[in-house]
Design a protein around this ligand. Structure first.
Ligand code: C2E
Ligand code: CA
Ligand code: CA
Length: 567
């Protein structure tokens, strides 16, 4: 005989506790025990329940589940005989079932059955709200698309792993897919989504129970694995193919990743470790062009320095902290100066900041044209001042970054600066480096043609270090090809560099362009270049880049002598 007064009392207390406190399994377990219920399961048809229709079963993934997908709400471990079902429906559709497994020796009367439904309903409400809470928790910790952890989840999971087993050492990986954007563009975002889901799910299968993976959004993932499993994991990530997609049947997608590793296990703040790993990815991607990069504190130093430079740039422009320095280009057969290249020097608080430190930063900020136009202005001013002193000034070259070619009307701006100084375009040579992408390629042809038509001289800088060297010189009507100093400093007799330089010189001449060797540091290098047919040289052998006053002296004294030709 069931004591319904006791059941009601317990239920009442349960509801009170549920509202004001936390309920435990034991709290509703006590009610089920009085009723003779030994086990309770719930089946939800997600697609029919308006509450979960759009969420899908992943949302209760962490709940205890049976093989058939039903969720176990209570289990006393005792054996049962009869199962009583309660169904729940909304808008005419049944979306969930509760199953009560009744104690084997229990005598159930009709009167009992009549009372069950209202008790089951109350318990159902409590269970549903508990499940909702679990869903909310799940949603806060998981990525809805892939079902794996999100940023919050992976951090919580890491902290828990560390708390449970403090002696285990982990590495933290930041994974950024290399070609995902391409898959999205080429095959559509539905396929992209499927690739992400497959990739995510497969990553989880590579992990042991105390390791974790999460998706931070887009194609960025974080993973923590035991230090001893790192090599294996890197190996697995190296060649990762995804296939059998519903949206792209029969296709195979090879996924390559940029991977940053935080291996410093003395740092226990996971947020910091993730940041380190992500910094390492950024360095691998943008600077080192290296797939796997281990974080080093140097990276953070560099980033901080870059931030400092970024903040200082605009004010420095206003305060006129940028200076034009000049480096002579010399005809080695006569010792005559045939030009100068203007190189930028930033003098901040009395200290020099060199181009390699700030040009890439400003370039990335998209502000390099402001600097380049300023250096052009300074170059023009210098030329005017030298001419006023009665000096004969050769062509002056100014560097323009590849980014500049995308600034609207940049050619007009260049021309108007020259005109403002009453100079002619033929007084100025524009140095531009090779391109690396197709869009740049089209634009650079446009840019150089416009400038040529205006009357400027064009030099292709750092020739041989870019991607499209040969087709570029074929399509661009340049006056000068500057042979990169990395070749020049390696042109020992019989070296590969020697062969390359020789070829560059001969191609340049055939295309009616003048080869200029950069970074010539010794007389021997000069002589060697002469022998190969390159007449013009720029480098420390003649002069370092020097300031206006020093350049004035060079112009006045004409100090260089011919290099003796050797047969
Ligand atoms: P770049 O255009 O290839 O300039 C030549 C660089 O080689 C200069 O470095 C110059 O000082 C250095 N150099 C010249 N002769 C020798 C030599 O014999 N040995 C060695 N080891 N080095 C030599 P710098 O002035 O530090 O400039 C570095 C780069 O920064 C330049 O390479 C150029 O790409 C960029 N840059 C400099 N000024 C500007 C500017 O006003 N605008 C832009 N966009 N880039 C600039
Ligand atoms: Ca240059
Ligand atoms: Ca150069």
């Amino acid at each position: 005989m069931t004591d319904y007064t006791a059941v009601d009392e317990k239920l009442e207390r349960l509801v009170y506790k549920f509202i004001h406190d936390r309920v435990h399994r034991d709290d509703y377990g006590a009610v089920y025990e009085l009723l003779g219920v030994v086990r309770v399961t719930l089946n939800i048809e997600y697609d029919k329940d308006p509450m979960t229709r759009n969420l899908g079963p992943e949302f209760v993934m962490d709940a205890e589940k049976e093989a058939d997908g039903s969720i176990v709400l209570y289990d006393s471990g005792m054996t049962h005989r009869e199962v009583i079902d309660f169904d729940y429906s909304r808008e005419g559709e049944t979306y969930s079932f509760i199953h009560w497994y009744m104690r084997k020796d229990l005598e159930i009367s009709e009167a009992d059955r009549a009372r069950y439904r209202s008790i089951a309903d109350k318990l159902y409400l409590i269970h549903s709200i508990l499940i909702m809470r679990r869903m909310l928790h799940f949603a806060r910790h998981h990525d809805t698309q892939s079902g794996i952890f999100n940023g919050v989840g992976i951090r919580a999971s890491y902290r828990q792993a560390i708390a449970e087993e403090p002696s285990v050492k982990y590495v933290v990986l930041y994974i950024d897919l290399q070609n995902f954007k391409y898959i999205n563009e080429r095959h559509g975002s539905k396929t992209g989504d499927e690739v992400i889901v497959q990739f995510s799910r497969r990553l989880t299968t590579y992990l042991s129970a105390d390791e974790g993976v999460g998706r931070l959004g887009g194609d960025n993932f974080v993973m923590y694995v035991r230090t001893e499993n790192l090599d294996k994991m890197l190996h697995r990530l190296e060649s990762f193919a995804v296939n059998d997609l519903q949206t792209a049947p029969g296709k195979i997608f090879n996924l390559a990743s940029w991977i940053g590793v935080s291996s410093d296990d003395t740092e226990d703040d996971i947020a910091i470790r993730i940041e380190h790993a992500s910094t390492a990815v950024m360095f691998g991607k943008q600077r080192l062009r290296q797939k796997v990069v281990f974080y080093s504190p140097r990276f953070t130093e560099i980033l901080e320095n870059n931030r400092r430079i970024a903040a200082l740039f605009k004010p420095a422009l206003v305060k006129k902290e940028f200076n034009a320095y000049f480096q002579a280009k010399v005809d080695m057969t006569t010792g005559k100066i045939v030009g100068f290249e203007t190189l930028c020097r930033w003098i901040h608080d009395g200290e020099f900041i060199f181009p390699d430190q700030f040009i890439p930063v400003i370039d990335r900020m998209g502000l390099i044209h402001e600097l380049d136009l300023e250096i052009l202005r300074l170059t023009c001013e210098s030329m005017v001042r030298w001419r006023q002193q009665g000096l004969k000034v050769p062509v002056l070259s100014v560097n323009f970054s590849r980014k500049d070619i995308f600034i609207p009307d940049i050619e007009k701006q260049i021309l108007s600066i020259v005109k403002e100084h009453d100079l002619e375009p033929c007084d100025i040579e524009i140095e531009i480096t090779e391109t690396s992408s197709e869009t740049e390629y089209e634009r650079i042809m446009d840019f150089t043609k416009t400038l040529k038509d205006m009357g400027f001289r064009i030099a292709i800088d750092d020739f041989g270090t870019g991607y499209s060297s040969l087709s570029l010189i074929h399509n661009i009507n340049a006056d000068v090809i500057k042979i990169d100093k990395s070749f020049v400093s390696n042109i020992q007799e019989g070296s590969k560099a020697e062969i390359l330089v020789e070829s560059i010189i001969s191609i340049a001449k055939k295309l009616d362009m003048e080869p200029v060797a950069e970074g010539v540091e010794t007389e021997e290098e000069g002589r060697h270049l002469l022998k190969m047919g390159c007449i013009t040289a720029q480098g420390y052998y003649y002069s370092r880049p020097v300031d206006f006053a020093h350049t004035t002296e060079i112009l006045q004294s004409d100090p260089y002598r011919p290099i003796g030709k050797q047969d």
